[in-house]
Design a protein around this ligand. Structure first.
Ligand code: ZN
Length: 250
């Protein structure tokens, strides 16, 4: 027994010795460098990246730099080149602070910033939690601090890309007259683009023909209902960033 213990004690020491003698020690910096068009833009703690960007985690590259006596390991995320650099910085703010006020640089949210960040989150970065948080921020923005259940039609009309389903349902309940304009002499004066107008008409037809499929007014939904209907959620059975519930438990 004594020999066996001494063997098992010796093994780790031996390994450590090999590491010191034959290799320079490697320090894992636990940082992810976001690379954009071949240049580093910003660093994010590895733990935050793993937690808040799980969809991109499998694509991380490991790089090791070597000095005279040590090596340093860090991780690289190659952000798609079509992402504007300011969008990369906004996303990094989200990964670091997990707070959209940081994403908006402390300034007010506005439709252009939100729409641009949403587009990048949805179609370039493919980041579900970030996208879901931006959708929620856009909902607050379009309500403009008004009473529960109300929204600013002016803000809704000024909104760029959000998602057709959500925009369509809000317009159906709160600005349907703007779509009906197209059917009379005010043709093509709708403040919404053709795709949104088509979506609202589709929802209206469904509501007429199959009332049980009529979408609920998004402003009347509970957090959980809204989460289930309009969030996309990270894959891999991750809880919703907001409700903290697994989507299947909603
Ligand atoms: Zn959710």
């Amino acid at each position: 027994m004594a020999d066996s213990n001494s063997d098992s004690d010796a093994l780790p020491n031996k390994r450590q010795k090999i590491a010191h003698d034959d290799d320079k020690p490697i320090y894992d910096l636990e940082r992810v460098v976001l690379m954009h068009a071949g240049s580093p833009v910003v660093q994010v703690p590895l733990l935050n990246f793993q937690t808040y960007a799980p969809m991109r985690k499998p694509d991380l590259r490991i790089e090791i730099t070597e000095g005279e006596t040590h090596r340093w390991k860090f991780y690289i995320d190659d952000v798609p080149g079509s992402t504007p650099e300011d969008a990369v910085k906004r996303w990094a703010s989200w990964l670091i602070h997990f707070d959209l006020r940081a994403v908006m640089d402390g300034g007010p949210m506005d439709s252009d910033k939100l729409a641009s960040a949403l587009f990048q989150a949805s179609y370039v970065l493919g980041e579900s939690d970030y996208r879901d948080a931006l959708i929620d921020a856009w909902m607050s923005w379009v309500q403009n601090g008004g009473p529960a259940g109300s929204l600013s039609t002016e803000r809704l009309r000024r909104s760029g890309f959000v998602t057709y389903g959500l925009m369509g349902a809000l317009i159906l309940y709160h600005d349907a007259g703007a779509i009906a304009m197209e059917d009379n002499e005010d043709a093509h004066k709708s403040p919404y683009n053709d795709a949104i107008c088509r979506k609202v008409r589709d929802l209206a037809l469904i509501s007429f023909a199959q009332p049980d499929r009529k979408p609920k007014d998004p402003l009347q939904m509970s957090d959980k209902e809204f989460c289930q209907k309009y969030h996309s959620h990270s894959p891999g059975n991750q809880p919703c960033y907001k409700t903290k519930s697994l989507p299947e438990q909603l």
